[in-house]
Design a protein around this ligand. Sequence first.
Ligand code: PLP
Length: 426
Amino acid sequence: MTKPVSMSPVWHPFTQHALESAMKRVLKTEGAYLFDEDGDAVLDAISSWWVITHGHRHPRVMEAIRTACEMYDQIIFAEFTHEPAEQLARGLLAVVPAGLNHVFYSDSGSTCVEVGLKMALGFFHNSGAPRSRIVVMEHSYHGDTIGTMSAGERGVFNAAYEPMLFGVDRLPFPLAGREQDTLDAFETCCRSGEVAALLIEPLVLGAGGMRMYPASVLTELKRIAEKYGSLVIADEVMTGWGRTGTMFACEHADISPDILCTSKGLTGGALPLAATLCTAEIFDAHLSADRSRTFFHSSSYTANPIACAAAVANLEVWKNEPVAERIRELEMMHRQRLKRFELDPRFYNVRQVGTIAALDLNVTASGYLSDAGPKLRAFFRSKNLLIRPLGNVIYLMTPYCVTQEDLGRAYDAIEEAAGIFAVGAQ
Ligand SMILES: *Cc1c(COP(=O)(O)O)cnc(C)c1O
């Protein structure tokens, strides 16, 4: 395929450059909006790939970044520590489910899940009773590195890398009325005595199509894991920081995972940072005069001080601003607007958990590679809305500062899109 001479050398993620029109430059961000070079204000209805929680450029977070810049850049995180990392670790332990005691920093969602997997395997290895099976849920997504792809759903996204991927055990997704099948499958896996960990997205499988399942399933999975001495790794990369209505989604199930992974909303979305939290038991299994038991993991940019300072500021926003109320209002706004789609035959699976709303558009060819996704995306962009359906799954996951009016505009556009793209529409 010949390329236009003027083509930018930048290779964008999840982008088929042969089909995509030229990228618009964003000149500024603020609140729930991206302002582009054409002077358009685009409503960021997916929080720039789920990272922005309060809103773009939250003043308190921006101020913390400016202040940190006066003191630090990257600092080696072995032999030295720094105040933002220390403060953040203490702050995190105060807001995550009880039972987590140690904080390991990295720099993306994928890496913090990799770290979680390595912690789990290291735990069993160092305990002298090695286990290496990882159990995941069908349709899950845990990142794009080789390890996290191995754990995630297989398909067109990773077909090329298949020979490199390791095997995991997969549980059927707990469809309504079929929850017991998931639990039974997990118990069967656990009986082998080889399951190191269940790696799971609590309550909602994000990239797998915003599939939601009841908290009680998670509670039961944790109970089964405990019974067989397997660990539970909660991948809260997407669900953390209020998305499901509580600070972390595990709270709905009233469970404390053994390992918790967080990244996207950790800095309010301002800078890349991730943390993997674990129990004292897991840390202690690596604590030894024997150097071979060291946790051998590091990213060069581990615990970047500026990013940590941004995350500390994010914690302050949670403490000092009415974030929980904002989230409750947003939940209500979604509930009200979703209601009208519930009996609409052009949609199915109308669903919501906390601030995440999703519905499937009734189209002839569904699935990620169907034309529905790109067509809908283009339609929404023509209305200055950044909404990226996953195939025929339309979802909204806005920053919490979104107004009723903004959200109304998004829902009106979804309704209009159904009139154009749904089965039977003229
Ligand atoms: C986005 C995501 C990841 C990967 O995070 P990156 O920062 O993109 O590497 C992992 N797990 C879940 C549940 C996610 O939504």
